[in-house]
Design a protein around this ligand. Sequence first.
Ligand code: SAH
Length: 353
Amino acid sequence: MVSDLMSIGYGEMLELVNELKQPKYRARQIMSWLSKGIRPCEMTNIPASLRDVLSSIPFGGAEIIEQIHSSKDETVKLLYGLEDDNVVEGVLMRYSYGNTLCISSQVGCRMGCTFCASTLNGRTRDLTAGEMLSEITAVERLFPTSDDRKRTVTNVVMMGCGEPLDNYENTVRFLHRATSEDGLGISPRNISLSTCGLVPRIYSLVEDAPHITLCISLHAHNDDMRRRTMPIANTYSLRELIPAAKHYADATGRRIIFEYALIDGVNSADNDAKHLATLLRGINCHVNLIPLNSVNERRLLGVSRSRAAQFASLLENYHISATVRRSLGTDIDGACGQLRNRHIGTTGEMNLQ
Ligand code: SAH
């Protein structure tokens, strides 16, 4: 049995309902409530005795305990409280085609990237699939659509706190629950999973989640450069990571997104564009350039947006598709982990060399 109610899929709910000698249709009724993040006590068409049994199972909720609205655009930064009082964060971004929610997959992170605020205190615990779903349903309850049949959140990016492939089983379960018709019914193509590059798990994703958009945080075009900022590069070299990315793209037909945070004086010279293009030649991919968000706790600096645009056109000249990520909510600590760190009172500063 899974850890919480929100993590349960339709098949498992059917078994539970059978065990409790309840009619089959109850499973679908309960799943429909859960897809809206509604707790058993509010499931009005379910008999009280069944609601009591459901209430005895942990729910797997994530409640929004703080919202910060950007004054520059409609971006909202969110702090979620989990049932054990841990906190994670999310960001809701409004685009013309719909709303994208950035969710967290772990409380903290143990990957140790030197530019990332999420990893300062390491990883506290993994999120369950249900808690990840609750991040979405909590936003939908706060910002409902006028049309009840439409969801507020049309796109999800797993780019908040945590490394989703370091929490593999829960992440795959989440992806199934988020995309299945008995779950949230979000198109897998509208879900992006970002990883720092856990190579064996990328191969597993070909079987377990072939329709999503896989994003790989590259940030460097050679191992020495990558090791300076990303400890995972000591475990998996680019000679392993790049073929894994190519395999995912070839086996699934999905274009890989490589994320490349431009860090001043580290990876953003003209020559770096050339080497990056050479590394990625022959892969069905796109490069998402992000001027590094300077984080108080770190001493790495980003480049200007105009330098990022130049870097993109250099890549385009080498026939590598590239864009500069639109930056939203720049006034509200958009980078992952910053809001949570303020909440839990982290002020640590890392020495980079
Ligand atoms: N663990 C996953 C997902 C979380 S981070 C991963 O590593 O991909 C989401 C993205 O934001 C990653 O590409 C990450 O490298 C990037 N990121 C983290 N801190 C950043 C910062 N200060 N500026 C720009 N990008 C950052």
